[in-house]
Ligand binder design. Structure first.
Ligand code: ADP
Length: 257
């Protein structure tokens, strides 16, 4: 059973007495677990048809099937973008339910951070191109290896990149850097975007948090999941930002060799 404990003060004539209130919240906890499982199930169910329509759209765009007019190609591209956005939201929901249920499953191997970064950059390149944003690599030579879950770490980095693109101006540059700092390897994404007020530097990693006034679409889940993933791997997540100049989001993981 789960309980919450609360101390209540009851005022009396000239003094007061204290009462400890224990509330049995087991049924709420069960409901919460049921909700988390439900989100995971629905996300799984939606992922299959979406992935399959994504595949069909790719085929439609294949010249071997038939040539599309410029207008048709543009429409197909819109559909592909929408699909990608939906798949991204679903992966956030699936990851969130993993985090919520306390069951982050890590598949740890020794990996080169450059490999993770290259894959994340490749996955974000189409989105970057739409705003004519250049992604520049600044990798230190032989930074070393990290022990990490390549998929989850890649997801975090891709999330940084998509955020950076979302909050950047067109024709700007984003830098992905890999550095060795003592016994840690730092991987970070720096943009020349709108920046984030320093008062939000911790809050930004909370669930559902979005910078007030920010008009971009999104669930506010990405960074909170990223923090959970990186901390589960034994690392730290951080950010630095200056209003009007841009932001850097990064993580540091212990170097393994
Ligand atoms: P989402 O992007 O889905 O809203 P995130 O957790 O990834 O959720 O980000 C939370 C919020 O942090 C965003 O809504 C945005 O306000 C802010 N943010 C994240 N990355 C950046 C960035 N590179 N530049 C400016 N603001 C950012």
């Amino acid at each position: 059973n789960y309980f919450t404990k609360e101390i209540m003060e009851i005022p009396q004539d000239n003094s007061s007495s204290k009462v400890i209130v224990l509330r049995n919240i087991t049924s709420f906890k069960e409901l919460d677990v049921a909700k988390t499982n439900f989100i995971a199930t629905i996300s799984h169910e939606l992922k299959t048809p979406l992935a399959s329509s994504d595949f069909s759209l790719k085929l439609l765009d294949d010249e071997r099937i038939g040539k599309l007019s410029a207008d048709q190609r543009e429409l197909v591209q819109h559909l592909k973008d929408d699909n990608q956005r939906m798949l991204r939201i679903l992966s956030e929901l699936l990851n969130m339910s993993q985090v919520e249920s306390g069951k982050i499953q890590l598949d740890i191997t020794e990996v080169r951070p450059e490999m993770i970064a290259d894959n994340a950059i490749a996955a974000a390149s189409t989105t970057a191109r739409e705003k004519n944003i250049i992604i520049q690599k600044r990798y230190a030579e032989n930074a070393g290896l990290i022990r990490a879950d390549a998929e989850k770490t890649g997801w975090v980095l891709n999330n940084f990149l998509i955020n950076a693109i979302k909050h950047s101006y067109a024709d700007s540059t984003i830098i992905v850097s890999i550095q060795k700092n003592g016994s840690e390897i730092e991987v970070s994404v720096t943009d020349q975007g709108v920046g984030i007020p320093s008062e939000y530097s911790e809050k930004i990693f909370e669930r559902f948090f979005k910078v007030p006034g920010s008009k971009t679409a999104g669930t506010g889940l990405g960074l909170s999941i990223s923090k959970e993933f990186i901390e589960a791997e034994g690392g730290r997540i951080w950010m630095k930002s200056e209003i009007g100049l841009g932001s850097t989001f990064g993580f540091s993981l212990p170097v393994s060799r």
